[in-house]
Design a protein around this ligand. Structure first.
Ligand SMILES: [Zn+2]
Ligand SMILES: [Zn+2]
Length: 303
C-alpha cells in the first residue's frame, strides 16, 4: 500500500455541468479543487453526451491537469431500436478514450445513441459496441450498470456472464469492474459481490466516486438542480434525491480510506490515466478535398 504522502488518485467518473440538470461540477471551478488536492489527471464522463469535452479539455490543460475524454453512455436493454414501455430501459456504462481511434469511436457511439436509440435517453447497444470498441477503456459503471443491476436482482451468474462478455469485447486490460461506495444500502450488497466477481474472473477492479458536484457542501445545490429537473420543490417529500452527500470529488486519502481493503482499485485509476492519451488538435483546418470533373484543374474549373 502506498505511503499516505504519495497516494495518488484519478477521478474517472465525473459529471460536469454538461450532464444537464444532473451534474453540478462547474468546469471553471473543478480544476482548482483537484489541484489543491494534488491530483494530476481527471476524466469527464457526462451522461450520454460529449459536448462538454472541449471546454473541459481547455480548462484542464490551462490548469496543468491531464484531461481524459469519456462518456457515461446508456446501453439499451434489448437493441437501440426497441422502444416498448416498461420493457426497454437502459443500463449505464463508462467509456474512456485511450487514443484518437477511441475518440472517433466514442463520437460515433454517442451520435448513434441520439439518432437511432433515443428513448427517454440516448441509448447505444451491444451491436454498436461490437463495431466501435477499439481504443476505448470500459468501466462497469454505477449501481445502474448492467453488472451491479444483475447482482441487485440476485442473479450473480448473469452478472459474471455480463462482465466476461465486456472483458472479451474490450480485451484484457481494457475492462474494469468499477467499485463505488456512497454509503448507500445497495452499495453494501453489491460491493462484496463485485470483489468476488473480480477474484473469480481475474478482471481488475477500479475505484471511482460518482462525482456530481465538487465539494460535499455542494450537495445542497445538487438537490435543487434535481428538483428543477423533476419539477418538484425542496419541500416536496416525494422528490427524487440523492440519498447521501458523498457524490463529490474526493481526495486521494478519502478514496484510499474508503477502499482500504482493495488499494489496487485506487492504484488502477492512475494506470488507466496513463493509458488515456487522447488530445484535441486545434487550429489545424481540415477541409474536404475537391476534385474538378473531367481532369480539369480546380482553379480553372472554379473560374
Ligand atoms: Zn451511472
Ligand atoms: Zn455517473
Amino acid at each position: 500500500m502506498p505511503d499516505v504522502t504519495t497516494r495518488q488518485f484519478t477521478h474517472l467518473h465525473v459529471h460536469t455541468e454538461y450532464s444537464l440538470l444532473d451534474g453540478a461540477c462547474r468546469i471553471d471551478r473543478m480544476f482548482e479543487h483537484l489541484k489543491s488536492m494534488g491530483q494530476t489527471a481527471c476524466a469527464i464522463t457526462d451522461h450520454g453526451v460529449m459536448y462538454g469535452s472541449v471546454a473541459f479539455f481547455d480548462a484542464a490543460k490551462a490548469a496543468g491537469i491531464k484531461p481524459i475524454i469519456g462518456c457515461e453512455v446508456y446501453v439499451a436493454t434489448r437493441t437501440r431500436f426497441d422502444k416498448v414501455n416498461r420493457i426497454d430501459g437502459n443500463s449505464h456504462l463508462i467509456l474512456l478514450c485511450k487514443d484518437e481511434t477511441g475518440y472517433k469511436n466514442l463520437i460515433k457511439l454517442v451520435s448513434a445513441g441520439f439518432i437511432d436509440g433515443f428513448y427517454s435517453k440516448p441509448r447505444i447497444d451491444k451491436e454498436l459496441l461490437e463495431q466501435h470498441h477499439e481504443g476505448l477503456i470500459c468501466l462497469s459503471a454505477c449501481l445502474a450498470g448492467e453488472v451491479p443491476k444483475a447482482i441487485l436482482a440476485g442473479d450473480y451468474e448473469r452478472a459474471k456472464r455480463t462482465a466476461l462478455y465486456y472483458q472479451d469485447l474490450f480485451g484484457e486490460g481494457n475492462y474494469y469492474i468499477e467499485l463505488q461506495d456512497h454509503g448507500l444500502e445497495e452499495d453494501q450488497v453489491v460491493l462484496p459481490q463485485l470483489m468476488r466477481l473480480s477474484r473469480e474472473t481475474g478482471i481488475p477492479m477500479v475505484a471511482t466516486n460518482d462525482a456530481h458536484y465538487i465539494t460535499k457542501e455542494d450537495a445542497k445545490m445538487q438537490s435543487i438542480l434535481l428538483c428543477i429537473q423533476t419539477g418538484k420543490t425542496i419541500a416536496d417529500a416525494d422528490r427524487m434525491e440523492f440519498q447521501t452527500d458523498e457524490f463529490y470529488l474526493k481526495s486521494a486519502d478519502e478514496m484510499y480510506d474508503l477502499f482500504s481493503m482493495v488499494p489496487e482499485a485506487c492504484e488502477n485509476t492512475n494506470k488507466i490515466a496513463e493509458k488515456c492519451n487522447f488530445e484535441f488538435t486545434f487550429g489545424d483546418t481540415k477541409l474536404p478535398y475537391f476534385r474538378a470533373p473531367d481532369g480539369m484543374e480546380n482553379q480553372e474549373y472554379f473560374e
